[in-house]
Write a protein that binds this ligand. Structure first.
Ligand SMILES: [Zn+2]
Length: 286
């Protein structure tokens, strides 16, 4: 399996759909300009894998955004993936710095999942269980999407991966079978993504089941920032603030937190940005 892909699969004799995600290059690119602690890396990687898996299941052109906010060391996390599997994300760490367990990381945290179909975005919010992000997302699936789901996630600074199993709506499954698949999915470890993962890994995990594998889909890192959006942010900031920064620094540099792209605005650029803001008096000639 080439890394940075999603492999959808199904069980021939069980009403369960699945998908395996393996992120490598795109994941390392996402970390490139950041210096996160190990637990933040792991949580961000889990979020990347989970968001890719959910985006893969979208049946329309759009995007999904997973946002975590908490009072713990992880102040904020955003992960966004489009339905054509372009992924970006970042985390913001509070003054508590690096901590050693997930519960301290996401103290009083909640997770919002926003699905944007280009028309009316809708959002589901779940409390984050102190156990793990995957447990929290299983609650989300059960409550907001009403599809019983198992999700297993792994991440370190080289790989982020995961597996999503979902029951096919309207087709009951023997609870023992469902539980068995859960236990097998839970055995997923980051060592599984070293070397030959992919179809071989799916076969290895579910060795007793007949699996049908569908077409692999590529995932890539892609930021959606642009010159235009950056200019809009500067305009929102306001003319006074922009001119003050310009006077103090000589130029304004805006760095995208997602991708590290730097955009510079000098006096002429700022002049051009705010020329539309000039309020014309009654005698002005246009
Ligand atoms: Zn960017």
């Amino acid at each position: 399996m080439s890394a940075d892909s999603v492999i959808p699969f199904g069980f021939e004799s069980l009403p369960v759909r699945g998908a395996l995600i393996h992120l490598s290059r795109s994941w390392r690119r996402m970390l490139r300009d950041h210096d996160y602690g190990a637990l933040i890396v792991e949580t961000l990687g889990h979020a990347a894998a989970a968001t890719g898996l959910i985006a893969h299941s979208l049946k329309f052109d759009g995007s999904i955004t997973l946002q975590i906010q908490s009072r713990g060391a992880l102040r904020m996390l955003v992960m966004q993936c489009t339905s054509d599997l372009k992924l970006r994300g970042l985390a913001s760490v509070g003054p508590a710095g690096d901590v050693s367990n997930f519960a301290d990381l996401i103290e009083e945290g909640h997770c919002a999942v926003t699905v944007d179909n280009g028309k009316r975005p809708y959002q589901g919010i779940v409390d984050i269980s102190a156990e793990s992000l995957s447990a929290s997302l299983e609650h989300y699936f059960a409550r907001s999407v009403q599809v019983p789901s198992h999700i297993a996630l792994v991440a370190n600074e080289d790989v982020a991966g995961g597996i999503l199993l979902q029951q096919v709506p309207g087709q009951p499954i023997d609870p023992d079978d469902w539980n068995r698949l859960h236990i097998l999915a839970e055995t997923l470890g980051d060592r599984d993504f070293h070397g030959d993962a992919g179809i071989g890994l799916i076969g290895k995990l579910f060795a007793e089941d007949d699996i049908r594998v569908y077409k692999t889909r590529a995932v890539s890192f892609r930021c959606r920032c642009s010159q235009q959006k950056t200019e809009d942010v500067l305009k929102m900031l306001g003319e006074n603030e922009a001119r003050e920064t310009l006077a103090a620094e000589g130029a304004i540099e805006v760095v995208c937190e997602y991708c590290g792209q730097r955009r510079n605005f000098d006096a002429v650029d700022i002049e051009r940005l705010f020329v539309d803001n000039v309020v014309l008096g009654p005698d002005s000639v246009q």
